[in-house]
Design a protein around this ligand. Structure first.
Ligand code: CA
Ligand code: CA
Ligand code: CA
Ligand code: CA
Length: 474
């Protein structure tokens, strides 16, 4: 080898050595990113708890803080009977249930979980208090409307109830009085109703193709707007200022309460069967018969995104700030989205149509139910980043929600559940595996440590190489 070539080789070598610190640093960064990514991966079985009902689930609701959950079911066709079940979430406890003379067709709960209102297929409105909801609970009052109670809502301050029925009527109740304050007759079945937080404004959607807006002080509508088809779903913002509507004419409508002319409309290409507006009134989610979920910012009729499920999207829900969006589909799955992306954060498959989804105000808890006759509660906070939600650790695996490796055997709780080993037994673990913390996350501070370690190595190597270079030049 001649001197020139040897010189070239040593220059190449030096260049290579210089690359090493950079490579080490890049590897450290990659390790950190893999940790961050893992925190979104919830195994399918990670529901906090589930409960089997007698009949198919028709409706469910959750209190704002997620502490109370109410579920309604119905025998086939709703002709025989149904039940309303009340659960306390933190203790996974069934507080009681009430028999409903025919199936439950509509069901709501007050924001604070204090009151439950149910509507039956044979026309009865039931009001229950959560505080004395025991086995075979008795209602505070009932009202017989004589026809299927298809729609219900309760004001955020718990003072007013609005009901809609199949005999074309809208009813307003003061919560303490079992006879309606007033009623109004439209020209078709009432499909959906909603009432603002203070109960001052209420809206109803009818099969007569019209939307009706009321001030609660009068049974004469403030305005009526005709769409091109049955109005399937309505919602009103907490402050009563905005009204979102889904119609059989395939359109989503947004109204300012002060005008019967829509602020905007959007054609989805399929009947819009479910709709919800966030408490801060900034975001609107709509579900369609052909399986799409659309998210809108209130300020624009162009959807932020849409996602296609495999079946009718019968139920949608959105957290207070619009950050989290849930949808239940007749493809038997439920989906959770972040408002910034149409790719679901998560989905869960059951053995039947999803009829109802509800989300707690902060988006932490999601409850789903439908024809599988099972409710599932999910919790989306994973404090120790081990791949298992806090709720799953408390209710299912008995592991510690604030310790990623409860038994200290070097394998994370999530990793052990996935591998089928015991996360509470040091002697039970996935074995001398390829998947230890280095690939599967989970020691808090491990990422920063990896970076620190990488940086120290990188700096020492750099110094060493500088020294060598210096010597070589000498
Ligand atoms: Ca965890
Ligand atoms: Ca843990
Ligand atoms: Ca372990
Ligand atoms: Ca173990």
């Amino acid at each position: 080898m001649d001197t020139k070539k040897r010189g070239e080789m040593s220059i190449m070598k030096r260049k290579f050595y210089k690359l090493i610190p950079i490579l080490v640093f890049v590897c450290s960064l990659f390790t950190l990113f893999s940790i961050v990514r893992i925190s979104y991966a919830f195994p399918q079985e990670c529901y906090n708890w589930s409960f089997e009902t007698f009949y198919k689930i028709t409706n469910l609701a959750i209190s704002e803080d997620g502490e109370y959950i109410v579920v309604g079911d119905s025998s086939v066709g709703g002709i025989n009977n149904g039940q309303i079940y009340l659960f306390k979430m933190y203790s996974a406890q069934l507080l009681g249930y009430a028999y409903i003379t025919s199936g439950v067709n509509s069901l709501v709960m007050s924001n604070n979980g204090t009151y439950i209102v149910g509507g039956s297929n044979n026309g009865i409105v039931y009001l229950f208090s959560s505080y004395n909801f025991v086995y075979d609970a008795s209602p505070l009052w009932t009202y017989n409307a004589g026809s299927n109670i298809t729609a219900l809502d309760i004001s955020g301050n718990s003072n007013y109830i609005v009901a809609g029925s199949n005999n074309d009527k809208v009813y307003l109740f003061n919560i303490f009085i079992s006879t309606p304050t007033w009623q109004y007759t439209t020209l078709g079945d009432i499909n959906s109703v909603a009432i603002s937080y203070n109960g001052l404004y209420l809206v109803a959607g009818s099969s007569d193709k019209s939307i009706y807006l009321f001030n609660r002080t009068s049974s004469t509508p403030i305005w009526v707007y005709g769409t091109g088809g049955s109005v399937w779903s309505v919602d009103i913002s907490q402050d009563g200022k905005f009204i979102a509507v889904g119609s059989d004419d395939c359109k989503v409508y947004l109204f300012d309460r002060n005008s019967s002319t829509p602020l905007w409309t959007y054609s989805t290409g399929s009947p819009v069967v479910s709709i919800a507006i966030s408490n801060d009134s900034q975001y609107i989610v709509a579900g369609t018969l052909n399986g799409n979920v659309f998210l809108f910012n209130r300020l624009s009729s162009t959807p932020l995104w849409f996602y296609t499920t495999g079946g009718r999207v019968d139920s949608v829900a959105i957290s207070s700030d619009g950050q989290h969006i849930a949808a239940g589909s007749w493809d038997n799955s439920s989906y959770l989205f972040n408002r910034s992306s149409s790719t679901p954060l998560w989905s869960y498959n059951t053995s039947g149509y999803i009829r109802s989804v509800a989300i707690s105000s902060n988006g932490q808890y999601l409850i789903i139910g439908g024809d599988s006759r099972k409710i599932y509660l999910f919790d989306f906070i994973d404090s120790d980043d081990d791949g298992l939600s806090n709720g799953y650790e408390v209710f299912q695996s008995d592991t510690k929600p604030n310790n990623p490796d409860t038994d200290g055997d070097g394998y994370s709780d999530g990793e052990e559940i996935a591998a089928g080993t015991d996360p509470l037994d040091r002697n039970s673990n996935p074995g001398p595996a390829t998947t230890t913390y280095s690939t599967n996350n989970n020691i808090p501070g491990f990422g920063p440590l990896a970076i620190l370690f990488g940086t120290v190595i990188a700096l020492s190597l750099y110094k060493l190489l500088r020294k060598r270079e210096f010597k070589m030049i000498k």
